[in-house]
Ligand binder design. Sequence first.
Ligand code: NI
Length: 182
Amino acid sequence: MPKTALRIRIYGDNVLRRKAVLVKSVTAECQETLSRMAITMYEGGGIGLAAPQVGISQQLIVVDIGTGLYKLVNPRIIKRQGTQVTQEGCLSVPGICINVKRAKKIWLKALDADGKFVDIQAEDLLACAFQHEIDHLKGKMIVDYAKLFDKMKIKKKLEALERRSRDTSNNEPALKQCRLKI
Ligand code: NI
């Protein structure tokens, strides 16, 4: 059966605020989910996607900033260095861009799609994408980084997204998007 994209959950959907559970073993089902997440990310023009964004509350992420696809299970950041501020968008929060301050360089441990332990060092955009996805696993989103003034500016947009998240037919025209959809 050909693999297909999954439906992206939009801001307002409770699954995005839930803490994703640890994956006990990397099963064929996990691998299937990771593959479909990658398809969903590419179709959406994103550079990363976390399982809660497709309604699956498990610690699975995919990232590809154009330098190769990472499929990771139970990712953990073990060290951070420096800071960077990036204007981030998110496939689950279409039409909204937020400046987010994160570590410039990170070291992380995870399992790969074969269930093998991997150590990854990432900096700049790649580090940003991993941190953004790992936030999703904790139920955290870019809007949580908005400063008070920005929060006021995006309030109406967020309310519109919440209404849209309840409409599963979800065929609204695309909003003006952020360059980086993570
Ligand atoms: Ni996101």
